[in-house]
Structure formats: structure tokens, C-alpha cells
Design a protein around this ligand. Structure first.
Ligand code: SAM
Length: 292
């Protein structure tokens, strides 16, 4: 930094993001879902939605040039682990790490391959403006972990449509497998929308900040693997009645439905989470007694 920069620093004492991007000659790569947030009010708002930050390991996926990372640190995070795949951001992230000694660790990795549980154990929170192309897969993975999970909250920006799927109830178009897996184990809250114009470059769609807090106990008993199977079968053919869509489970369907107390003419979109759990348990009993 030169003496000339001193008058145009951001409140955290670093150069404003636009200047950082220009200085390092960075541009957004569409293939990596890069849409950056430069608005300090917005990044601060996202960081605050995950409060308290102090005392937790904050896992940030995709820090990019570090707008949200900087907000997390300024809001009191003292142990941020940022996982970024694009090595072009290494120098910028190193500058932030130097500015906040001992508080930011950058891991250059594909978040789909890196397991945060490989880090030393600490209460952890995930806070991220997720790349659209991997956001759904990551949230599904974090939900399909051993329970209680390694994270105590997920505060993530997703495509609005995906966020709505996480929070949807039966009877709504966006209700699907992701809604069941999320609502079964977590309290899901849609916090606020972020319009395309807030990003550089603007994406095609509106985004939503969603927060998931793990339930102490899942809504109803069910083995995850079987719940995963029954929801995949039922929503795989969501417009068909259960007596048809569940044939792919390879078990006689009517007894399964009778045991779960579900009407065979129902469609997946009408079955609540407790209903899917009952179906998963019935499938478990059937496979135990039929050996299949
Ligand atoms: N956090 C920054 C912000 O809010 O301005 C950037 C968010 S941008 C939507 C998504 C970021 O995720 C990019 O920096 C991109 O390089 C990174 N990314 C994309 N795929 C990734 C992956 N599989 N693992 C880790 N980072 C990834």
C-alpha cells in the first residue's frame, strides 16, 4: 500500500474491494460461479445474521476477493477458515490474513472435496456466499452428515429458488427432497433477498440468505439412508401417485404404504416430513424381514 492509499481506505483499514480487484487485475469467472459483493452494508448484514461469531470456527466457502471474509473479521470472527478453489485470489486473501494476524486461514481446495471435519474439532459455523453451481450439493452434503452435525449453523446465500426449496412445506410447488431433508433435521429461516444488481457482475437471478440451525433431535425417527431412498423415489416421479412412484424401491408398495399410514393415491408433494419418516421406517422393517 502507498501513502496515497491511506485516505481512501475502507473502515477495516484495507483498500476498498473495487480498488483491490483493479490493483490485482482480477475478473470474475463464470465457470466458478463468481459474482462478487462489494457493498459493505450487505456483507456486514450477512455476517451479523450468523452472530455470535467470536468463539466459533467460521467456515467460509468461496471467499473470492474477500468481501464477506472482511465483514466476518470486522464483526468479531477470530477463527475464519476460507476455502477457495481459484488460486488467483491467493495474494488478496494473504493481505487480509496479514491484516488480521492469526485469524484467517485460507485453504486452496475444492469445497466439494475438502471435509471441514478434517480440521481440529471446534464449534463451527458455515457462512458463505455460495457459488450457484455447487451450492445445492454442499448444503445437501452438510445436511446428510452424522447428527448432531459438526456445524452449529449454516448462514448461506443461495439462489432464491433453492432457498425456497429448503424452506418449503407440503403442497407448495417448491416442496421436494431437499425440503424434507432440511426440515427433518434443521430449523430453516429465509432471512432476506439480495437483488442481482448487488453483485459484480450481476447474476441472472435473485439470491436469498437462508439460515439453518440443527434441531436437537430430528422431527421424527428415520434412518437417513432410507429417508434418502424413499424421498428420491417419491420425488423422482413427483406427479405420480405414491403407489406408482415407489415401485422403484423394489418392495411391494401397498403394504409399505399401509404400514406408514399413507394413502396410496397421494402424490409426494402432499406427504409431510413425518409421513416420509414413517415410510422410511416401514421400508427398513420390510427389507429386514425380506432380506432385500
Ligand atoms: N465470497 C465472495 C463474495 O461474496 O463476493 C465471492 C462469492 S462467489 C458467488 C463464489 C466463490 O466461490 C468464488 O470466489 C469462486 O471462485 C468460489 N468457488 C467456486 N466453486 C468452488 C468450489 N468448488 N470450492 C471452493 N470455492 C469455490
Amino acid at each position: 500500500m502507498t501513502g496515497d492509499d491511506a485516505g481512501r481506505l475502507a473502515p477495516d483499514g484495507l483498500l476498498p474491494l473495487r480498488a483491490v480487484i483493479a490493483q490485482h487485475g482480477l475478473s470474475a469467472r463464470k465457470s466458478l460461479g463468481q459474482n462478487f459483493l462489494f457493498d459493505l452494508n450487505l456483507t456486514r448484514r450477512i455476517a451479523r445474521a450468523a452472530a455470535p461469531l467470536t468463539g466459533f470456527r467460521i467456515i467460509e466457502v468461496g471467499p473470492g476477493p474477500g468481501g464477506l471474509t472482511r465483514a466476518l473479521l470486522a464483526e468479531g470472527a477470530d477463527d475464519v477458515v476460507a476455502i477457495e478453489r481459484d488460486e488467483r485470489f491467493r495474494p488478496v486473501l494473504a493481505e487480509i490474513a496479514n491484516h488480521w494476524p492469526g485469524k484467517l486461514q485460507v485453504i486452496e481446495a475444492d469445497a466439494l472435496e475438502f471435509d471441514p471435519q478434517s480440521l481440529s474439532p471446534r464449534p463451527a459455523k458455515v457462512v458463505a456466499n455460495l457459488p450457484y453451481n455447487v451450492g445445492t450439493a454442499l448444503v445437501a452434503r452438510w445436511l446428510e452428515t452424522a447428527w448432531p452435525p459438526w456445524w452449529s449453523s449454516l448462514t448461506v446465500m443461495l439462489q432464491k429458488e433453492v432457498a425456497e426449496r429448503l424452506a418449503a412445506s407440503p403442497g407448495i410447488d417448491s416442496y421436494g427432497r431437499l425440503s424434507v431433508l432440511a426440515g427433518w433435521r434443521a430449523q430453516v429461516d429465509l432471512l432476506f433477498d439480495v437483488p442481482p444488481q448487488a453483485f459484480v457482475p450481476p447474476p441472472q437471478v435473485t439470491s436469498t440468505i437462508v439460515r439453518l440451525i440443527p434441531r436437537p433431535h430430528p422431527l421424527a425417527e428415520a434412518p437417513l439412508a432410507l429417508l434418502s431412498r424413499v424421498t428420491a423415489a417419491a420425488f423422482g416421479q413427483r406427479r405420480k401417485m405414491l403407489r406408482q412412484s415407489l415401485k422403484s424401491l423394489g418392495q411391494p408398495v401397498e403394504p409399505l404404504l399401509a404400514k406408514a399410514g399413507l394413502d396410496p393415491t397421494l402424490r409426494a408433494e402432499r406427504v409431510d416430513i413425518a409421513g416420509f419418516c414413517a415410510l422410511a421406517r416401514a421400508l427398513g422393517d420390510a427389507t429386514a424381514s425380506h432380506g432385500g
